[in-house]
Design a protein around this ligand. Structure first.
Ligand code: ADP
Ligand code: MG
Length: 241
């Protein structure tokens, strides 16, 4: 393992057990992600993408296998350490946004910093900065149920970024928005990836995946292909020529 490796998933399986049956959501999955990568995980509905995302975000634990995050086996961390990692190291963008509906956009974005006990003034300044960045400087005092789906998605992005996380995890970040807005969201992702943030994004849309530098394809809980996005790399090389 090089020092550039931030995520190492080794032979991870996840089996959901209910009284009636067992579902194998992930079946012996292994891969590593280096710092600064922009990775898309693609696959049909039910293929295990969200399960994988929850494990990567240390929100859930695998049934077997190991997850090494920045050289540490996640299994050995205490609940407090895990909560701290989730707050400081990882930014989440969930499929359903998970915003507080009757709370202002500004307060929603300030929330992660409150958990981290950052002083109020700094929280407000930082939240405003990121809301400007995602083009919502003019909607800060609306409640999040008073803005459009695309705007809510951008609020969720701002909220994921305020703690300046090394890793951004996004589950179908454009799943509920129109394609023009999806392109705006991808432009923001490109921008933060070029600043050195690692991005892991789940999508089932090829257009969206084409923005990533690497694409892992999953099916029935298994990785069926792990490829460099040649189109993207060709474009990148052309730009730096
Ligand atoms: N909490 C759960 N309990 C039981 N089965 C689950 C649970 N979550 C997901 N599954 C099952 O695991 C499989 C993978 O689900 P998921 O990771 O959500 O896939 P995807 O995000 O690719 O649609 C599916 O068959 C799904 O029904
Ligand atoms: Mg899913």
């Amino acid at each position: 393992m090089t020092t550039d490796t931030t995520i190492q998933i080794n032979h991870i399986s996840k089996i959901y057990k209910t009284e009636a049956m067992e579902t194998v959501a992930l079946d012996n999955v292994s891969f590593a992600v280096n710092k600064g990568e922009f990775l898309a995980i693609m696959g049909p509905s039910g293929s295990g993408k969200s399960t994988l995302m929850h494990i990567l975000g240390a929100l859930d634990t695998p049934t077997s296998g190991t997850y090494i995050l920045d050289g540490e086996n996640v299994e050995n961390l205490t609940d407090d350490q895990l909560a701290d990692i989730r707050n400081r190291k990882i930014g989440f963008i969930f499929q359903a946004f998970n915003l507080l509906p009757r709370t202002t956009v500004l307060k929603n974005v300030m929330l992660p910093m409150r958990y981290a006990e950052i002083p109020l003034e700094k929280r407000e300044d930082t939240a405003k900065k990121y809301l400007e960045m995602v083009g919502l400087g003019h909607r800060m005092y609306h409640t999040s149920n008073q803005i459009s789906g695309g705007q809510q998605q951008r609020v969720a992005i701002a909220r994921a970024l305020v703690m300046n996380p090394a890793i951004l995890l996004a589950d179908e970040p454009t799943g509920n928005i129109a394609s023009a807005q999806a392109e705006e969201v991808m432009a923001i992702f490109q921008d933060i990836n070029s600043q050195g943030h690692t991005i892991i994004m789940i999508t089932h849309e090829p257009d969206i995946a084409s923005h990533a530098k690497r694409i892992i394809h999953v099916k029935d809980g298994k990785i069926i292909k792990d490829e460099k996005n040649r189109q993207k790399l060709a474009k990148h090389n052309k730009n730096i020529e």
